[in-house]
Design a protein around this ligand. Sequence first.
Ligand code: ADP
Length: 399
Amino acid sequence: MNILVINCGSSSLKFQLIDAATEALIAKGLCERIGIDGSKIVYQPTGAEKKETVTPMADHTQAIRLVIDALTDKETGVVGSLSEIGAVGHRIVHGGEKFASSTLVTDEVIKTITDCNELAPLHNPANLIGIAACKELMPDTPMAAVFDTAFHQTMPKEAYLYGIPYEYYEKYKVRRYGFHGTSHAYVSKRAAEMLGRKYEDLKLIVCHLGNGASVSAVRNGKCIDTSMGLTPLEGLIMGTRSGDIDPAIIEFIAHKENKSVDEVMTVLNKKSGVLGLSGGLSSDFRDLLKAYDEGDEAGIRTVEAFAYRVTKYIGAYAAAMNGVDAICFTAGVGENNPFIRDLVCSRLGYLGITMDEEQNAKRGEELMISTPDSLTKVLMIPTNEELAIARETYALVKA
Ligand code: ADP
C-alpha cells in the first residue's frame, strides 16, 4: 500500500509517497508560498530529476490538488491513479493530553485536534487545513493523524509539571508536552536495534539537533522527560528560538526596549537562539562553524553555548534515569556535524565515553561513533519522521 505523508505548515506543504510494504520512498516534494505570490511546487520521483513549477496556489486544497496531479501525471507521475494511494498520514504538531498515540482521522478526532489549537496556534490550524483539503479531494481514502507530542505523553507528573500554581494546569493544561516525538521515538527504537538490545531494557538520551532542537530521556521504551515544554520554545538554544531563559527577562526587555509581551515573544521565537547570540550572523550551523574555524568571536561564543546546553541536558537526563546506555545524535546538525558531537561529548568522560574519531568523521549512514569499549555508547542515527508517520498510518489502516 502506498502512503502519502503530508506535513502542512501555514504557507508550505511537504509530502512523501512511501510504499508501506518495502518502505521505499517513491516520490517526495514541497509546495512553497501557498497563498502568497510566487507559489512553487517541487516534485521529485525517486531516481528521476527534480521538477520545479511556479504556479499559483491560492490555498492548501489547491496545493494538494497539484501534489495529486504531479503524482498521477502521465509522464512524470509515479502512480496510475488516486486509487493507488491507500492512505494519508498527517503530521500534527499538538495533540495536547488527548492523544498518546496516532489515530485514524474521524470527525470526532478533527474536533479534538481543533480543541488543541490554542496550544499551537501557528501549527495546528495549518495541519487541520491539510486534513480538510485531503478530505475534500480524496474522500474515500483513510487518513491518520500522527502527533509530535504523543511519544512524550508517558512523562510522569514530576517531569511535566511546572513550579507554578497548580490551578493553571487544571484550568488551562499548562504543562510540559514536548515535540519532535516522532523523531525521538524513531531514533530511540533504531538505537535499540543497533545495539542488539531490547528497547524495554535501555536508558537512552536522544539529541535531535536541527533548526528546532530538543533532547529526550527514554527509559525502558518510554519517554520520561524532554526539553521542549508547553511550546517548542523551551530547552536547547535553537536556530532562532532562545530555549531556556529566566522568565523575568521577558518583563525586563519589555521595559527596556518599550516592547509588548507579544513583541518580546517574537524576539524569543524568531530573533534569538544561535541567530541572536551570534549578533545576527546566521541561524545556519554551517555558517557558524565556518566563523568558529576562522576564529570569529561571535561564532565561537555561539557554538560553545549551543554545545554546552546540550551537554547540560545530557547530564540532567543521565541523572533523571540514574544512568544511560547510549546517547543518540540526529537531525541536521546532529547527523552532519562531527565537531559539535565531539564538543558535546568532550565533557562526558564521567559517563565512560570514548569517541571513535574515525567513525565520527564518517557521514550518511547510521554509525556507532564511540569506541567498542566505551561504557556509554554514542550513536549517530539519521531521523526519518516521514517513514515513521507512514509506518504508523499503515499500522492503523490495516488493523
Ligand atoms: P529542521 O527540520 O528543524 O528545519 P534540520 O534537521 O533540517 O532542521 O536541520 C537544519 C540545520 O542543520 C541547519 O542549522 C543546518 O545548518 C544544519 N546542517 C545541515 N547540514 C549541516 C552540516 N553539514 N554541518 C553543520 N550543520 C548542518
